[in-house]
Design a protein around this ligand. Structure first.
Ligand code: HEC
Ligand code: CU
Length: 334
């Protein structure tokens, strides 16, 4: 890959090579057939042109072998692209267990980032190299799209739900971060940079920045301030279910469905409690829609997660296994 060719972003993530390989393969196949067909059109029009006014063409009777050939060859190529593309797609969307997590909130017109240690940044994202990073992303207002060309990853950031995206940076450096979905007047200014660092440097960066409390601590405080604790008590005496060990478990709903309690489920439980009522409980939880910001929601979710063994957030420096199912449950809710 030419690295100094300015029209093509450099490859700086573990996924970039895979994405480029299938991209170039498809370009090569399409270019080959486009040239072949264009060439043949010119060649045939010259070769088989009418040479005098009353010439009549030779009738064509067709050829089964030829028909089979030009059906079968494109079929094999198309299915090959499909299979290969599907593999790359799944690799891009299945977050590996133990990925480090970072919250991202899109907002007209900036990217707000919070690390699990509490460090915040705006329009900048510092990540270590050689380690899978999972972004849990939400939007404060309209649809945005989080795009890092050098990593070959892009995902819509949608109000009202979470989307995740993962990558593993491979080369230290500073890379472009773009919003790739027109989101209003200053959309073009919604740009930033991703700084990929050696793990030791990243650790130093984390330690150096001011951390205003971890998301878990902030969530615990909100849990008191918003009086969640009056219904969700530690024992089963409250009117709401005990939240200990909820995260990652399967929840039986009143309407018979079973869902996995992931970030999206907890978010939905807070902003739209009536949508998914837990079996055995009254739908008396009030909605907190509009009362909490997208960032506060993420903090509440971190707190609820921290109450369960499966959910202890793998922040900087630690690696706890997470549930890689978030994609499937998001899918169920569409
Ligand atoms: C008035 C009592 C009440 C308050 C206040 C309340 N909840 Fe609830 N909550 C409930 C009840 C009852 C349920 C079970 C029925 C349902 O799923 O809606 C529930 C369900 C939940 C669930 C899903 C639990 C599960 O096991 O599936 C979560 C998560 C949750 N609440 C979080 C919160 C948070 C965070 C707050 C504060 C911002 C809060 N609740 C405030 C009563 C309450
Ligand atoms: Cu935008």
């Amino acid at each position: 890959m030419p690295t100094n060719f300015p029209l093509f972003p450099q490859q700086a993530s573990a996924q970039a090579g895979q994405v480029d390989a299938i991209y170039f393969f498809m370009v090569a196949v399409t270019a080959f057939f486009a040239l072949l067909i264009a060439g043949l059109i010119v060649f045939f029009s010259v070769r088989f042109r009418r040479r005098h006014r009353d010439e009549i063409g030779v009738p064509i009777h067709g050829s089964l072998a030829l028909e089979l050939l030009w059906t079968f060859v494109p079929f094999v190529i198309a299915m090959g692209m499909f299979g290969w593309g599907a593999k790359v797609f799944f690799d891009l969307y299945r977050v590996p267990a133990g990925a480090m997590e970072i919250f991202v909130v899109g907002k007209q017109w900036m990217w707000k980032v919070q690390h699990m240690g509490g460090q915040r940044e705006i329009n900048e994202l510092h990540v270590p190299i050689g380690r899978p990073v999972k972004l849990i992303m939400g939007s404060e207002d309209v649809i945005h799209s989080f795009y890092i060309p050098a990593f070959r990853v892009k995902a819509d950031v949608i109000p009202g739900r979470y989307n995740t995206l993962w990558f593993e940076a491979t080369k230290p450096g500073t890379y472009h971060l773009f919003c790739a979905e027109y989101c209003g007047t200053k959309h073009s200014g919604m740009i930033g940079s991703v700084v990929a660092m050696e793990p030791a440097q990243y650790q130093a960066w984390l330690d150096g920045g001011p951390a205003d409390g971890t998301p878990v601590d902030a969530g615990a405080k909100l849990f008191q301030d918003l009086a969640c604790h009056t219904c969700h008590q530690q024992d089963s005496q409250g009117r709401g279910p005990v939240l200990t060990n909820l995260f990652g478990s399967r929840v039986q709903l009143q309407d018979g469905r079973t869902v996995v309690a992931d970030e999206a489920y907890i978010r939905e439980s807070i902003v739209n409690p009536q949508a998914m009522v837990k079996a055995g409980f009254q739908p008396l939880m009030p909605t907190f829609q509009g009362l909490v910001t997208e960032e506060q929601l993420l903090q509440l979710i971190s707190y609820v997660r921290s109450l369960s063994d499966a959910g202890a957030a793998p922040g900087a420096g630690t690696a706890a296994p997470t549930q890689p199912q978030d994609r499937s449950t998001l899918e169920n809710k569409r």
